[in-house]
Design a binder for this molecule. Structure first.
Ligand code: MN
Length: 745
């Protein structure tokens, strides 16, 4: 007994001795890596932070069994060594889990380490927590994180370092955590790293994602890369030999290396082109890094380009000059793709030491040089950060939506276009004239009716091309519509349009409340919950606000309201519950329609059955339709010509119910019309004249595209039924110059 106890104690002492050594080693390594960036006095502060963290995490272990302190020390090391930040960030990284895990407060940190560190720690602590993937809490968390951008961008860098270390040590986590963390990483952190120019961090995060989510592919590609290493190295040696020779002759100071693609990008290529590993030809790029003074950078790179293309034939389509116009994340380089002597295309990247540093470490390196020699240059990255701050400050979208929009902008490539005065604007690729308008100014965006691209008239949805000169045309009468959201891609335009729509909707809702209150008063009715619920059911409004909106908008008018009152006085029974399956549905139908059996009649007393019109085909009275019983959403009415009809009928036949329209109420249904013809002055005017004045149809939106004398318009209108629609189509066909008028979904 005595013996074993001593033994156990001794073992414990051994372990803690080993742990102490491990911690000291890790700490020393951090100091070694940090040495080049430290100023006098920094080491003392770092040691103080280390002691504090050591104490705070005393006795706590990570899942891997390592003492917890190894984690913050590793994060600090990544911060300085791989991201290139300085002492303040190192201290913050060491302390990043302290407030979360102990009684220490941010104010204590402020007293001991100053305001900057405290602010960063505060930011890092705010964005902590464990949330469901894709949940709104998680999204809210992301938004908070992005908000810290406007305070101190270092919060995000340390967060990325934290995430990188967690991904490196993910192996000891349970499987569900591995999936959750790696998916979250792929969803937001890798794109963020990309956008901030942290190429290496981004690639490693993506590779780790593949490791945990596509393990077979990961293993396969890594082993193939090892297998082919020798052959590849020989190829690279042979390829660069003549180039090295020439560079030496011209007395350049330079480095040449073969740069391997990440596992993630190789895998993406295999999937995208559907080819095996062996057929991915551009596994690597050749990188030539020049050591030249700043003022000679561009000339030197082009000189080397000419030496390379003297040796190997270039592919002119694949020349990329990121030196004259750097990417928005700060990336600068000259890329050429040339034919090797063995007939294989090889990408050659030509850049300087400074450009290489920026390319690998991104923001921090870029900052270093900026303070040095380029203090006056506003880089694409600064502009981007300004845009993010701008978007964050003015945004009141739900977090999920915001993060989605924001994300969409992280990965896209960019293009450049000019204002008529020659000002350069950068946009994500796929951006339209409308995006460009919002880029200039929100008010210009909201009033935009079209644009001229290189002096030619183009619609709002025109996809801007690199180098276009865009002039925006505006009208005081213009207002943003729902449709605009379909063709803008920038988060700025999206959020501004959504805001405007919301405001417009709010106005109509308020107007609806007033109107409805007046109607109720006139008819001596109380707006009880019961009354409103029945009214909602009758008019197919999802919420009270929907109902107010419909009244405000005019799709429920006084006549309609009176009919509803009559209906109400005749059917005192309470509202049916939701219909859950086709069988109860049939019974419901029978109850309502009596002898007509299982035919669903739409348009009459339908408040008793929970149905809605399908968005995919927008049926209107008169169309051939059928009902489809959904799991959670009641019955959806589709046109028999709906693109989804075939699938629904073939797979879920038992959930299909016959349906037809009865004599309808004067409700308005949305329908789309496409008008084609030859363009002439006054064409749009004549069309709107026919629609609004002659036929008194409500127009929701009109988009017009004219090109080479051809006119193409897409109009959304509210009609009562097919008869009404056909009449409209006929009248439109009679307009001079119109060649065809068709309905579209
Ligand atoms: Mn951490």
């Amino acid at each position: 007994m005595q013996v074993s106890l001593t033994k156990k104690k001794k073992q414990g002492a051994d372990n803690s001795q080993k742990e102490r050594e491990l911690i000291i080693r890790q700490y020393r390594r951090l100091l070694r890596k940090a040495k080049p960036v430290l100023k006098p006095g920094d080491v003392r502060k770092i040691r103080e932070a280390f002691n504090l963290a050591l104490n705070a995490h005393q006795g706590i272990k990570r899942k891997s069994g390592e003492p917890y302190i190894i984690h913050p020390l590793s994060v600090a090391e990544i911060t300085v060594d791989e991201i290139g930040l300085g002492a303040t960030s190192i201290i913050s990284a060491i302390l990043h889990d302290v407030v979360e895990d102990t009684d220490l407060e941010v104010s204590d940190i402020r007293k001991r380490f100053g305001n900057k560190v405290a602010q960063i720690i505060d930011g890092l602590t705010k964005i902590k927590g464990d949330f469901e993937y894709g949940s709104s809490e998680q999204a809210e968390n992301f938004r908070k994180m992005l908000l810290t951008l406007s305070e101190d961008v270092r919060v995000i860098f340390i967060k990325l370092a934290d995430r990188l270390h967690n991904m490196r040590t993910l192996g000891s986590m349970p499987r569900d955590k591995q999936l959750k963390i790696s998916n979250e990483t792929m969803y937001l952190y890798a794109p963020l790293a990309h956008r901030l120019g942290l190429y290496n961090v981004k690639s490693e995060l993506e590779d780790m994602y593949i490791k945990y989510n596509e393990n077979d592919a990961f293993d396969l590609i890594s082993s193939k890369l090892t297998e082919t290493k020798e052959a590849r190295n020989k190829f690279i040696r042979d390829f660069i030999k003549p180039i090295k020779q020439k560079l030496g002759d011209e007395e350049f100071k330079f480095k040449v290396k073969g740069r391997l693609k990440s596992i993630h990008s190789i895998y993406s290529k295999m999937k995208k082109q559907n080819v095996p590993f062996e057929e991915v030809y551009d596994l690597f790029a050749i990188r030539i890094i020049l050591d030249v003074p700043h003022e000679q950078e561009k000339a030197a790179c082009w000189h080397v380009y000419s030496l390379v293309t003297d040796t190997y034939q270039p592919n002119p389509d694949r020349l990329r000059d990121w030196i004259s116009t750097p990417k928005a994340n700060g990336y600068e380089s000259l890329h050429a793709t040339v034919m090797s002597s063995s007939g294989q295309w090889v990408e050659v990247q030509i850049r300087t030491e400074r450009m290489d540093d920026v390319a690998e470490k991104g923001y921090a390196a870029h900052w270093k040089y900026k303070y040095g020699e380029q203090a006056k240059v506003t880089s694409g990255l600064d502009q981007w950060l300004d845009k993010v701050r701008d978007a964050l400050e003015q945004n009141d979208l739900p977090a999920l939506e915001f993060v989605d929009d924001f994300r969409a902008n992280l990965f896209s490539d960019e293009l450049f276009a000019f204002t008529p005065k020659g000002e350069l604007k950068s946009l994500p690729s796929g951006a339209t004239a409308l995006d460009f308008a919002f880029e200039i100014h929100t008010d210009i965006g909201k009033k935009c009716i079209g644009a001229k691209a290189n002096h030619k008239l183009v619609p709002l949805s025109y996809k801007v091309k690199n180098g276009d000169q865009i002039e925006i045309l505006t009208s005081k009468k213009q207002k943003p519509t729902e449709d605009w959201l379909k063709f803008v891609v920038t988060s700025k335009a999206k959020s501004k349009i959504k805001q405007a729509l919301k405001e417009g909707r709010r106005k109509l809702e308020a107007h609806g409340v007033e109107t409805l209150t007046a109607w109720l008063k006139k008819n001596d009715k109380e707006p009880t919950n019961e009354f409103k619920t029945r009214m909602r059911a009758y008019f197919n409004a999802r919420t009270d606000r929907d109902l107010y909106y419909k009244v405000g908008f005019g799709s429920i008018d006084k006549q309609e309201f009176k009919k509803f009152l009559v209906f109400l006085s005749r059917s005192p029974k309470s509202i049916n519950q939701k219909i859950k399956d086709a069988k109860t549905f049939k019974n419901e139908v029978k109850k309502v329609t009596g002898k007509k059996g299982d035919m669903l009649l739409i348009g009459e007393d339908m408040s008793q059955i929970d149905y809605t019109l399908a968005k995919c085909c927008n049926p209107i009275p008169g169309d051939d339709v059928f009902g489809f019983v959904t799991i959670n959403d009641g019955i959806k009415i589709h046109r028999t010509t709906c693109p989804n009809a075939l699938e629904l009928m073939s797979n879920y036949g038992y959930r299909i119910v016959k349906a037809k329209w009865t004599k309808q109420k004067e409700l308005a249904f949305l329908a789309g019309i496409k008008v084609l013809g030859t363009d002439r002055v006054g064409m749009i005017n004549d069309i709107s004249e026919v629609i609004s004045n002659d036929l008194k149809v409500n127009m929701r939106s009109i988009t017009v595209d004219t090109e080479a004398n051809m006119f193409e318009g897409e109009i959304s209108v509210y009609v009562n039924d097919t008869h009404h629609l056909n009449k409209l189509i006929k009248s439109l066909t009679n307009i001079e110059g119109v060649e065809s008028v068709t309905r579209f979904d």
